[in-house]
Write a protein of this length. Structure first.
Lengths: 334, 257
């Protein structure tokens, strides 16, 4: 549905997007994740035909956004970072205007506007001026605007930015509900959002794609080793050497220490579950097993790891480098 | 057909935004006030002069040449002052508020957007001029001016206004700040007006060029009631060139981001 091939965008000497490639399949929700200034907005602006790339090619629904922009735009709905509202229009006037310029047939216009207002739950503010809307409503009117011509592709730049928690949940539900009929690309710098809404994630940093995967895949891939957290009441003994002797354990590190409760991080080779062995060892030694849980890397940590790896290659190497994460080639994405 | 629909959609939106904000009312009110002052002054001069002539035998008192002409010339100057207020926000405001992203990512061509904005501004300009039609009607009710020169004069005003709007659009497309756009537009209009003031000191070729460039000079014949193709071509090519440069400016903005 969307194909991005080796897109580069330079502003003068600054390279905002550097050789970015990815694909989005029909009906999929793709999350575009990256810190502020990573090139998310620029990439989206190129996809929507707002600006041409310096180099590379992008097609939306089979139409090149640069050589055939009108056809591509007809099939794209776009919610920019700030919803593009005209303050002196009412919500209905605004949506009528957008419907007209997006090429909605005049006969269907009224029904489309009504349907979209209902879907985005803005039908209670139809006659309010856009200038008077709260942030949450502005965002939803922006979303309604993007949906008005029932586009095949939706490009949403930080759709939940500035919303309160309840609105965020509602917006996520709405976006999830749109998948299937629409192919969606959404950008965010909020990690849980990606895990909850997207089927696939592109992590971008400093204009480059650093990873493409499912949220689960990303978590698993980054975890070169399984780490367990164990808390033991060893009754004054030293449990670390004992733990190290367990088959499959590669490393034991003391993490916290309190009277009668020592915490350890126990690493094992990947795919090897050693929880039973640990429990057995602890009990056999007559100690108290207070806690035993897997330490899964959160997306937050993955994100930090991926982006710092990329940004500071010259910095002191991490003491225990995780399995290096190769940027995926476009072939690998499919 | 689709293009016409798109142009009209943009033009309608422009017009609505003029009338939804105080801008349209301020501009039309200001224009009407200044116009009525000039109208009154020239009417008084004309009345005095023609009643003085009544005593003499065979004095001609052509209201078209003696009054309407000067009123139209003065309206051209008022328009020069008022027009920057109409055009300054066209692009600058869209860029500042980010709505330009909506326009540029909609299935419209740049040209449709530009012409739509041009037509919208022309619409407001026509509304402004329609106020003056009331004054002219008074002359027709109480006097007997010829209507043809008056129509020619209005055609001239429309063309002149079109030129101002095309320049105003271009300048507005170059900046995000509508005040900057307004001030520069005003300065450019003035330059275009007074460019031939130094013509008298220049050589014959230069004098012809400078006189030809002066935007108000071409209006002189219109105000007399003469439609000269030379001037019509000048104004139309001026408008086309202005809109062409606006298209280039919007496109280059795209590339620069």
């Amino acid at each position: 549905m969307i194909e991005v091939e080796h897109i580069t965008k330079r502003y003068g000497r600054v390279t905002a997007v550097d050789d970015v490639s990815f694909r989005v399949e029909r009906g999929e929700i793709l999350g575009f994740l990256g810190p502020n200034g990573a090139g998310k907005t620029t990439t989206m602006r190129i996809l929507t035909g707002y600006m041409p790339p310096t180099d590379g090619r992008a097609t939306v629904a089979g139409f090149d956004v640069f050589t055939n922009p009108v056809e591509a735009k007809r099939r794209t709905g776009y919610l920019p970072e700030t919803p593009p509202l005209y303050p002196d229009m009412t919500v209905r006037e605004y949506l009528d205007f957008v419907a007209r310029i997006k090429g909605v047939p005049p006969k269907e216009q009224k029904d489309r506007v009504t349907a979209v207002m209902k879907r985005t739950r803005i039908d209670d503010v139809t006659d309010k001026h856009c200038a008077k809307l709260s942030k949450g409503y502005r965002q939803r009117v922006g979303l309604a605007q993007a949906l008005i011509h029932n586009p095949e592709v939706l490009i949403l730049d930080e759709p939940t930015a500035g919303l309160d928690p309840k609105q965020i949940i509602e917006t996520r539900d709405l976006i999830r509900g749109l998948a299937g009929d629409h192919t969606i690309v959404l950008s965010t710098h909020i990690l849980p959002e990606v895990a909850q809404t997207c089927q696939r994630v592109v992590i971008i940093n400093k204009g480059r794609v650093v990873a493409v995967d499912t949220p689960e895949g990303l978590t698993a891939r980054l975890q070169g080793a399984e780490t367990l957290y164990v808390q033991i009441d060893a009754m004054g003994a030293q449990p670390a050497p004992v733990l190290e002797k367990i088959a499959g354990v590669t490393r034991v590190a003391a993490s916290d220490h309190r009277a009668g409760a020592d915490g350890f991080e126990v690493e094992s080779a990947r795919g090897r579950d050693i929880r039973r062995e640990i429990a057995r060892t602890v009990v056999n030694n007559g100690w108290g097993l207070l806690e035993l849980r897997p330490m899964r890397m959160s997306l937050e940590e993955i994100f930090l790891q991926v982006t710092t790896e990329e940004s500071a290659p010259q910095a002191a190497p991490p003491p225990e480098p995780a399995a290096p994460l190769q940027p995926e080639t476009p072939e690998g994405v499919q | 057909m689709n293009s016409v629909r798109n142009v009209l959609a943009i033009a309608g939106k422009e017009l609505r935004s003029y009338f939804a904000s105080p801008i349209a009312y301020v501009i039309i009110g200001l224009f009407a006030l200044l116009f009525s002052r000039f109208f009154y002054a020239y009417l008084m001069v004309f009345v005095q002069r023609s009643s003085g002539m009544m005593g003499m035998q065979g004095g001609t008192n052509n209201i078209n040449q003696e009054m309407i002409r000067y009123v139209l010339m003065n309206s051209a100057v008022i328009i020069l002052f008022v027009m920057p207020m109409i055009t300054m926000r066209t692009y600058a405001e869209e860029k500042r508020s980010g709505t330009i992203e909506l326009l540029l990512t909609s299935p419209l061509t740049d040209l449709e957007i530009i012409i739509g904005k041009f037509v919208g501004a022309m619409g407001l300009y026509c509304a402004m001029l329609s106020v003056t039609v009331l004054y002219m009607a008074i002359l027709f009710i109480y006097g007997n001016p010829e209507w043809r020169p008056v129509v020619a004069g209005y055609l001239g005003l429309l063309l002149l206004g079109g030129c101002f709007i095309s320049v105003g659009l271009l300048i507005s497309s170059l900046t995000k700040n509508q005040i900057v756009a307004g001030v520069i537009t005003f300065a450019v209009f003035l330059m275009l007006w007074i460019i031939n003031w130094s013509a008298d000191q220049a050589g014959p070729t230069m004098r012809a060029v400078l006189n030809h460039l002066s935007i108000i000079d071409h209006f002189d014949d219109f105000s007399r009631g003469i439609i000269d193709t030379k001037h019509v071509v000048y104004y139309l090519s001026f408008i086309t060139f202005g809109l062409f440069l606006t298209a280039k400016s919007v496109d280059s903005e795209r590339w620069r981001g």
